[in-house]
Each structure stands twice: as structure tokens, then as C-alpha cells.
Design a protein around this ligand. Structure first.
Ligand code: HPA
Ligand code: ZN
Length: 328
């Protein structure tokens, strides 16, 4: 099997709070004088949860150990350090201001930590990263509109987009069109989870009602030929996270997962790790699995990295510099 270590990688879909390993969560709990939620930790640096909605709750429990700017900085730096070590050139970090507020940390204090983590990691490892603000569906339409308004009023060069996340089952995409309009008008890149827990109709709704040119997951688009055509015609990039999909039982195993079929049909696909320790994965593991289970060759892996960089919410100058590092 080809060794993917030296393949340059890029990640468009990573929930920052979902990147914390239990060891880090324990460390933060101790530092903040809190009791770590031991019942959600598995022995192998992963987490225990039952299904998608339970996963979202466990995710919140881990997140609640974040209390200070330093915590946000350390979380960001830990993820970027590990990513750089496996030749990740670029990562987009989905960060939830609403979760920060739940933790009792202000948007400014948490964000300053994320920014510091990005700057420190760039200095130490050369890795580029940008921040996407999360619109969390199950926190409701109003809180997403508030996030959008905050973003429009507080532009920052490292905040380059928004991503609709959370409970796709009970909160359909079109409810969030006003929040997306505000974000798009402020010049932010827009993407949304869809076709993960729900079928093709959820992807149709997202691409028809939101100003997006990427879809988080989108894998269940494979069930609708017209949707596949629409994704190609509209140049929509899928942020595919196979390890996440299998952990959440969207597909029973890799043989059922549509990554290879989507690619062969001509859909623009990329690889990401979503919430790595929750799904017992990492970006390096996703590249390995693309070889092991989907027979991607080196050229096809490089093509996925280039797809990520082409669809990245980053300034053109940085994009071209990064693309120049991914020779095909
Ligand atoms: N899906 C939807 N929402 C999320 C996820 C996910 O995998 N992780 C954190 N929020
Ligand atoms: Zn996600």
C-alpha cells in the first residue's frame, strides 16, 4: 500500500471543539478546577456515545471544560501541531461562539485564543489555518442570525467563513437562510452540513436555499442522480468524512460508503476528519483509508488535496502559494 505520510493534505471540515482528545479535556478540567466527565472517555483516547444526538451531547460535555483564552489557544495549537506533523498544509477550523458562551467564555476571549493558536502553529510549523464560525442548528435560528451579525460587525482576516452544523434531523436548512445571507453579504465563505443524517432532499434544500458552494458530507446525494448532476453543474465541493459517516452509522462499513462512486461520477470530493477523537480517526487516517478501502492512488489523493485548496475559504494569494506546494 502506498505510504500517504508525505502526501500534502488539507482539511476543510474540522470541528475545533471536536478535535480535543480526552487527555487534553482532562488537563483543561484539572487546570480549571473542574471535574472531568470521565464517563464519556474511552480508554483509547476516544469517546463513548450511542447515536448522533447523543454524540452532540457528549461533544457539549467535553467542550464545557474550556474556560479561558489559554484553553482555546492550547486546543487549537494541539490540533494544528498534530496536523502539521502529517503534512497538512491547511485546515479550516469550525469554531462555535455559542459553545464558548455556554462555557461562560466571551466570544472575544475564546476567539483570541483560537487566533493565538493559529499564529503560534504557523510560526512553529508553517501550517495555515482559517476559522469558520458555526451556525449550530439546534441552538435555533435567532442565535445563528446573531452569530452572522456578530461576524459582519467584527471582520478578522482569519475568520473567512461560516458552516451550518448541529442537528440536521430536526432543523431544516432553509430556516437559516437569513443568517447565511448576512454572512455572504459580509464576504464570508458559506458551507453547510447536509446529506449526513438526512437524505438527498436535505442537500437539495441546502443548495437551493443557502448561498453555499460546498456541502459538509453530502454523501447521501449518491441516492439521487439529478442531485449529482446539480452538484457538478453548480461546482459544489463535498467535504467528505468517511470515518465520521461510518462511526455515526450513516453507512455500515467502508464497502458501503460512496466516496469512490461520487468521485468516479465526477463530483468534486475532498477528505476531512470532522471530530477525529469522537470518531476514532484523523486526517492521516482518512487519507490512508482512501487508499485501503477506496483504491485511491497517489495522483487521486493529491487531486483531493488540490480540490480542498481550490474550494478553501482563503485569499487568492495564499491559495496559489498552497497549491504550488501540491504538485501533481
Ligand atoms: N455533524 C453535525 N454537527 C456537528 C458535528 C457533526 O459531525 N460535529 C459537531 N457538530
Ligand atoms: Zn461536521
Amino acid at each position: 500500500m502506498i505510504n500517504t505520510h508525505n502526501i500534502p493534505k488539507a482539511e476543510l471540515h474540522l470541528h475545533l471543539e471536536g478535535s480535543m482528545k480526552p487527555t487534553l479535556v482532562r488537563h483543561l478540567a484539572k487546570r480549571n478546577g473542574l471535574i472531568a466527565p470521565e464517563n464519556i472517555f474511552a480508554p483509547d483516547e476516544t469517546y463513548i456515545w450511542k447515536d448522533f444526538l447523543d454524540f452532540l451531547k457528549v461533544y457539549d460535555q467535553a467542550t464545557l471544560m474550556l474556560k479561558t483564552t489559554q484553553d482555546y489557544r492550547d486546543m487549537t495549537y494541539a490540533y494544528l501541531e498534530e496536523s502539521a506533523q502529517v503534512n497538512t498544509l491547511y485546515a479550516e477550523l469550525i469554531y462555535s461562539t455559542d459553545h464558548a458562551l455556554l462555557c461562560g467564555v466571551s466570544i472575544e476571549d475564546s476567539l483570541n485564543g483560537v487566533i493565538q493558536g493559529i499564529e503560534d502553529a504557523k510560526r512553529d510549523f508553517g501550517i495555515e489555518a482559517r476559522i469558520l464560525l458555526a451556525f449550530v442548528r439546534h441552538f435555533g435560528v435567532d442565535s445563528c442570525v446573531n452569530v452572522a451579525k456578530w461576524a459582519a460587525a467584527n471582520p478578522h482576516p482569519l475568520i473567512t467563513g461560516v458552516n451550518l452544523a448541529g442537528d440536521e434531523i430536526h432543523f431544516p436548512a432553509e430556516q437559516f437562510s437569513v443568517a447565511f445571507r448576512i454572512a455572504a453579504d459580509a464576504g464570508l465563505g458559506c458551507t453547510a452540513h447536509a446529506g449526513e443524517m438526512m437524505g438527498p432532499e436535505s442537500v437539495w434544500q441546502a443548495i437551493d436555499t443557502l448561498p453555499i458552494n460546498r456541502v459538509g458530507h453530502g454523501v447521501r446525494s449518491i441516492e439521487d442522480n439529478k442531485l449529482i448532476e446539480a452538484l457538478m453543474k453548480r461546482n459544489i465541493t463535498l467535504e467528505v468524512c468517511p470515518g465520521s459517516n461510518i462511526a455515526l452509522q450513516v453507512y455500515a462499513d467502508f464497502t458501503q460508503h460512496p466516496l469512490r462512486r461520487l468521485k468516479d461520477l465526477g463530483v468534486t470530493v475532498t477528505l476531512s476528519s470532522d471530530d477525529p477523537p469522537f470518531f476514532a480517526t484523523s486526517l492521516a487516517n482518512e487519507y490512508d483509508n482512501a487508499v485501503r478501502y477506496f483504491q485511491f492512488n497517489e495522483k487521486e489523493l493529491l487531486e483531493m488535496t488540490r480540490n480542498s485548496l481550490k474550494a478553501a475559504f482563503v485569499d487568492e494569494n495564499t491559495r496559489q502559494k498552497l497549491l504550488a506546494r501540491v504538485a501533481v
